[in-house]
Design a protein around this ligand. Structure first.
Ligand code: PBG
Length: 344
C-alpha cells in the first residue's frame, strides 16, 4: 500500500545524508581521474624476460604463451635494441637448452659458451643503455629438470650452492649485470656474493628470488624452456609452501643480510599480500614476477573474448605497483611499454 512507501529520495535529502561528501566528484572526468591517481605505471618499472634458443634467424612461438617466442641469439640482440628504444631498463634471459646438452649435474650451466652467455656477450657488444639479468639455477640444464643436484630423490643444498657460484661467475664474465638466483637453496645469496667479490666483481647486483613459491603457475614457462618434459616430481622441498607468509619474512631477512640488493616475490598476482608485507617490512627495492601462468590466463581469456586483455594487462601491472612493487618481471613488457610510450 502506498501509505507505507518511504519518502522519495531527493537531491536535497541526499545532500543531508551525505553531508556534502560525494566520492564520485573526483571520478567524473578523465583529467580528474588522472589528477588524483596515486599509483602510476611507467616503462621504468618493467623487466622483460626473454627465451633464447640455438640457431640463427629463429623466432619460435611458445604455444602456451601467445605472442612470446624463443629467439636465437641474433634475434635476441634485435629485441634488446627494441627494449632500449622502448625504455625498458632490464632484459632477463632464459635458455632453451638442447636436450643433448642436459645432464644430471647441469654441466652446461658452467659452459662460458652456453646460450645465455653468448646472448649476454652479443648484446653487450652494442653498449645499449639496458641491464641484463640472468637466472642462477640448474633446471634449464639438468636432465631431471630440478634447480639443483640430485642424490636419489634429494636435492642437495650445499653441493648445489657450490655449482651456482660458478654459474654466476660464468654469467657475469659474459656480461650479466644482475644475478637472479631462482633456485631457493639455503645460503646461496651469501655464497654468490662472496665468490663475486672474491673475483673482483663487486658491482654486480643480486636480485634474489626471495619468496619463490612452489606453484602451478610456472607451467607455460616450463614449456618455453623444455623442462615440463624433463622434470621428475615437483619442487616442494626447496620452493616455498603457498600457505606461508611469515616464512617469506624470514627468507627476506636472510637474503638481505646475505647481501641481496633487490628482493623478489614469485608468482605475482596471487601473492600480492607477500609483496605488500615485504615492502612494508624491509623497504628494499622489491619486485614481483608476473609468471607465465598468469600471463597465459589473461591471454587465454582474451582469446576467448571473455575479458579485454589489454585492460586486464594494465590493471594487473598497476596492482603490483599499488601493492608496493618497485618493478615487475612480465612477458607483457614490450606491449605495455609500447602502449605507455604511445600515450605520453
Ligand atoms: C627456474 C625458474 C622458473 C621460473 C623462473 N625461473 C620455473 C621453476 O621454478 O620451475 C618461472 C617463470 C615463469 O613461470 O614465468 N629456476
Amino acid at each position: 500500500p502506498s501509505s507505507s512507501r518511504p519518502p522519495a529520495i531527493t537531491s536535497e535529502s541526499m545532500d543531508e545524508i551525505l553531508g556534502g561528501r560525494r566520492m564520485r566528484r573526483n571520478r567524473g572526468s578523465d583529467w580528474s581521474r588522472r589528477l588524483v591517481r596515486e599509483t602510476v605505471l611507467t616503462v621504468h618499472d618493467l623487466i622483460w624476460p626473454i627465451f633464447v634458443v640455438e640457431g640463427t634467424g629463429i623466432r619460435q612461438a611458445v604455444a602456451s604463451m601467445p605472442g612470446v617466442e624463443r629467439l636465437s641469439v641474433d634475434e635476441a640482440v634485435k629485441d634488446a635494441v627494441k627494449a632500449e628504444s622502448l625504455g625498458i631498463p632490464v632484459l632477463a634471459l632464459f635458455p632453451y637448452t638442447d636436450d643433448a646438452l642436459r645432464d644430471a649435474s647441469g654441466s652446461e650451466a658452467l659452459n662460458p659458451q652456453n646460450l645465455v652467455c653468448r646472448a649476454c656477450r652479443e648484446i653487450k657488444k652494442l653498449g645499449l643503455n639496458i641491464g641484463l639479468m640472468t637466472d642462477v639455477a640448474l633446471d634449464p640444464y639438468t636432465s631431471h629438470g630440478h634447480d639443483g643436484l640430485l642424490d636419489g630423490e634429494t636435492i642437495l643444498n650445499d653441493e648445489t650452492v657450490d655449482q651456482l657460484c660458478r654459474q654466476a661467475l660464468t654469467q657475469v664474465e659474459a656480461g650479466s649485470d644482475i644475478i637472479g638466483p631462482s633456485d631457493m637453496m639455503d645460503g646461496r645469496v651469501a655464497a654468490i656474493r662472496g665468490s663475486l667479490d672474491n673475483a673482483g666483481l663487486r658491482h654486480t647486483q643480486i636480485m634474489a628470488y626471495t619468496a619463490k613459491y612452489a606453484s602451478a603457475f610456472y607451467g607455460p614457462f616450463r614449456d618455453a624452456i623444455g623442462t615440463n618434459a624433463t622434470l621428475i616430481g615437483d619442487k616442494r622441498t626447496y620452493q616455498m609452501d603457498c600457505g606461508n607468509t611469515d616464512e617469506a619474512i624470514r627468507e627476506a631477512e636472510l637474503d638481505i643480510s646475505e647481501g641481496a640488493d633487490m628482493i623478489m616475490v614469485k608468482p605475482g598476482l596471487p601473492y600480492l599480500d607477500i609483496v605488500w608485507r615485504l615492502k612494508e617490512s624491509f623497504r628494499m627495492p622489491t619486485y614481483a614476477y608476473q609468471v607465465s601462468g598468469e600471463f597465459a590466463m589473461i591471454e587465454a581469456a582474451n582469446a576467448n573474448g571473455w575479458i579485454d586483455g589489454e585492460r586486464a594487462m594494465l590493471e594487473s601491472l598497476m596492482a603490483f605497483k599499488r601493492a608496493g612493487a618497485d618493478g615487475i618481471l612480465t612477458y607483457f613488457a614490450p606491449r605495455v611499454a609500447k602502449l605507455l610510450t604511445e600515450r605520453t
